[in-house]
Design a protein around this ligand. Structure first.
Ligand code: FAD
Length: 312
């Protein structure tokens, strides 16, 4: 039996969870069980059933994300499950190794392919900050696979789904979160399908209004280069690259970023890269699918106007 961890954000299953479900249903011969923490919104379970999930176990009693409590609760509901699939998100990355220890299983993170069953259970995973791939065979009976968002085809496999509820009591909790402080209304960078990113070419934090406006019109998250966050022009949570976050959106728009190797390490797996730079020799153009040579302060207003026109 194959399982997935169905991470939910305020009751909603994101695309990366549906990808985990599609992945699991393609390797399972006897159904897919999803475990989620907290009650999903009405209709959300149907989204999972469209991708082959036959049973949803809803764990109640945990109110804020805590990797230790979540991992313990997930592992406690994996009876009969030999393979667990998660999305390689912030949450998935913290849970996968913990559940792997609790299941005494083999773990692969950053996975970008379905397993090759003719070769044991071998998966392809991104390594060296996305600069290479490794093929890893998972040898233990229990297997934990964390898949990179946007890597797996969303193949439908509609089935009917049953829902069961269970709960964690206060005494079973390993830790207790007393308060959380959440940034509301923003698209998480690691999950965004479109990212608008800018670098030192924007000259100063006062010019980020244009970057944010374009991102808003495209439904994109914003990101930045390391010096930009080092200078406090933007928060560190937006810093992408070797020492920042690794992302793999469908579209990455880089504005006034030179394309240093350390920056590319975090973004080069993006499906389509668009570079805007006034220097035709900027290294980023070598990694770009589309390039615009020109001044960002002239090009951004034109892109914003075009995005507005396309919306109307
Ligand atoms: C160990 C190590 C780790 C690092 N990790 C990271 C990392 O994780 N992420 C990261 O980003 N960097 C990282 N760096 C830094 C990296 O080497 C580069 O210095 C950095 O990416 C450069 O940022 P930038 O492109 O914004 O700035 P710059 O190199 O200053 O480039 C600015 C670009 O903007 C262009 N430009 C200027 N004005 C305009 C305009 N008006 N319109 C259009 N284009 C314009 C310029 O032509 C230039 O190409 C790391 C470095 C080291 C040594």
């Amino acid at each position: 039996m194959t399982g997935i961890y169905a991470e939910n954000s305020e009751g909603i299953f994101k695309k990366s969870v549906l990808e985990a479900a599609a992945y699991a249903s393609q390797i399972s011969t006897d159904g897919v069980i999803a475990v989620c923490i907290g009650e999903p919104n009405a209709g959300e379970a149907d989204k999972l059933s469209k991708y082959g999930v036959t049973k949803l176990i809803v764990v109640e009693g945990l109110h804020s994300f805590d990797a230790q409590n979540y991992s313990k609760a997930i592992a406690a509901n994996l009876e009969g499950i030999k393979t667990l699939i998660l999305a390689n998100t912030y949450e998935g990355k913290s849970i996968a190794p913990r559940v792997s220890v609790l299941m005494n299983g083999s773990l692969a993170t950053n996975v970008v392919s379905l397993p090759d069953m003719s070769n044991g259970f071998t998966v392809k995973r991104g390594v060296f900050s996305g600069k290479g791939f490794a093929y890893v065979q998972l040898n233990r009976e229990n297997k934990i696979v964390a898949i990179t968002p946007n890597s797996i085809e969303l193949k439908e496999n509609p089935v009917s789904i049953s829902i069961v509820k269970t709960s964690v009591s206060e005494s079973e909790k390993l830790t207790q979160i007393t308060s959380t402080n959440k940034t509301a209304g923003k698209i998480p960078l690691t999950e965004a399908e479109i990212v608008v990113s800018a670098g030192r070419g924007m000259k100063g934090p006062e010019n980020w209004g244009m970057v944010e406006e374009l991102a808003g019109l495209l439904g994109a998250a914003t990101a930045c280069s390391k010096p930009v966050s080092d200078m406090d022009w933007r928060p560190h949570s937006e810093h992408v690259g070797q020492t920042g976050i690794t992302i793999k959106p469908n579209l990455y728009i880089a504005i006034g970023i030179s394309g240093a190797i350390q920056h590319l390490a975090g973004v080069s797996s993006s499906k389509v890269i668009v570079v805007i730079n006034k220097d035709p020799e900027a290294p980023f153009f070598k990694a770009a699918d589309y390039g615009i040579v020109g001044d960002a302060f002239e090009i951004l207003p034109q892109l914003i106007a075009a995005a507005k026109a396309a919306k109307n």
